[in-house]
Design a protein around this ligand. Structure first.
Ligand SMILES: Cc1cc2nc3c(=O)[nH]c(=O)nc-3n(C[C@H](O)[C@H](O)[C@H](O)COP(=O)(O)OP(=O)(O)OC[C@H]3O[C@@H](n4cnc5c(N)ncnc54)[C@H](O)[C@@H]3O)c2cc1C
Length: 371
């Protein structure tokens, strides 16, 4: 399809929305982008990008601005609650020829993607209604204005309004986990991605440059679904008995974000000229750290499919066909890994000592191949 003739709206300027905007612009399309939040809202915490995210960023031409940011992570170490190593994965070897794994502040990644997308986002502009027709989609914006598009791309996250308004799916499904995220300065020296595994609770720490550590922890969601009112106190209570780098990190904690985790699994990702990308289509628990990589790969594949296909519908079908196997792989491996959380450590830890590195490497097997 010739780019400039297709009227495209991207809803959401997170990782998926900005990446798909960049990918479309590289193929000659001129999408509009709307974001409900003000421009002053920048994402907090950090993010870990495995090698396939680096490859996708390289294909988006964003390798150079990314490379100076954060820290390259060459090893993933798993420890038991007493701080003894269970297994270690050599990430350089795992992602050899694909890309470096990196931890960095989310705000830095956002800035790179926003610049890459041309910076032209209409902030404070939510989408409040969709009328999906045979040829075009009419969009109502929260400010009362309307417009018509050949293609609407829902990049509006796991609680996607586009998904609901186009009848592609309902609410995300809770997976029964609470996650905590924080950035710590002045913590212990940590050089590898280090995960300390308890029973139904884990604590991950990794360096992300300039003396900062990105910390990520999870525990089971209580039956009433309530989030702890004081997340710092709760982290100290749950993880107070963990060894390794955890005690000095708990000591240094100041601000903690807390959320319940949910996942999205849909029968179909498009209806008429409306399509979903990123978490809106296939959110998972963050266990494999594949959310950003999957969103970036979606962006590349969708833009390529639109460029090659004669029709929007044909392109959307091709996009979904190419993306389903990888996102399903991530969902299945995430569920596999999360099931091991319920195995008592006296049973699980010997298995991880013997075969952990192979098991964890295997979770990424399909993702090493190009998209
Ligand atoms: C605790 C936690 C830790 C994680 N850690 C990692 C990690 O280390 N590595 C990794 O790769 N992934 C990680 N992930 C997953 C990753 O954050 C997501 O997969 C990724 O952010 C998805 O990007 P997205 O653009 O699809 O959605 P989002 O980031 O949710 O962006 C959606 C955007 O759409 C906007 N929006 C929503 N509704 C509307 C509307 N109606 N109109 C206009 N705009 C709208 C939102 O304001 C938002 O800006 C983690 C997730 C969690 C929960």
């Amino acid at each position: 399809m010739a780019g400039s003739t297709v009227r495209i709206l991207v809803v959401g300027a997170g990782i998926a929305g900005l990446a798909v905007t960049r990918a479309l612009r590289l193929k000659g399309f001129r999408p509009e982008v709307v974001e409900q939040l003000p421009a002053s809202t920048v994402p907090g915490a950090g993010i870990f990008l495995p090698g396939n995210a680096a490859r996708a960023l390289r294909e988006l031409g964003l390798d150079a601005p990314l490379r100076p940011l954060g820290d390259v992570i060459s090893t993933q170490r798993f420890l038991d609650v007493r701080g003894r190593q269970l297994c270690a994965v050599d990430l350089g070897k795992l992602w050899d020829g694909v890309g470096e794994s990196r931890a960095l502040p989310r705000a830095d990644l956002h800035r790179v993607l926003l610049t890459g997308a041309g910076g032209d986002v209409r902030h404070r502009t939510g989408v409040s209604g969709l009328e999906v027709g045979d040829e075009t989609t009419k969009v109502a914006f929260a400010d009362g204005s309307h417009a018509e598009y050949d293609l609407v791309i829902g990049a509006d996250g796991r609680r996607s309004a586009v998904r609901a308004m186009s009848a592609l799916g309902g609410a995300a499904r809770p997976v029964g986990q609470i996650v905590y995220r924080s950035v710590v300065t002045g913590g212990p020296e940590v050089t590898a991605w280090t995960g300390v595994l308890g029973r139904r609770a884990g604590f991950v720490v990794m360096p992300m440059g300039n003396g900062r550590l990105y910390c990520y922890a999870d525990e089971a969601l209580p039956p009433d679904g309530a989030l702890p009112p004081d997340p710092v106190a709760r982290l100290r209570e749950v993880f107070g008995g963990f060894a390794g780098p955890v005690p000095p990190v708990l000591e240094a904690l100041e601000t903690v974000q807390v959320a319940a985790v949910d996942e999205v699994e849909l029968g179909c990702w498009s209806r008429g000229g409306v399509v979903l990308v990123g978490d809106a289509a296939h959110a998972t628990a963050p266990t494999l750290s594949q959310g950003a990589a999957m969103a970036l790969e979606d962006a590349l594949v969708l833009a390529d499919a639109l460029r090659r296909s004669g029709t929007v519908r044909g392109a959307l079908a091709a996009y979904e066909n190419r993306r389903r196997p990888r996102t399903k792989w991530v969902l299945d491996r995430t569920r596999d890994r999360d099931r091991t959380r319920d195995v008592p450590p006296p049973l699980r830890d010997p298995l991880l000592r013997g075969r952990g590195a192979r098991i964890f490497r295997d979770h990424y097997r399909l993702l090493v191949d190009p998209v």
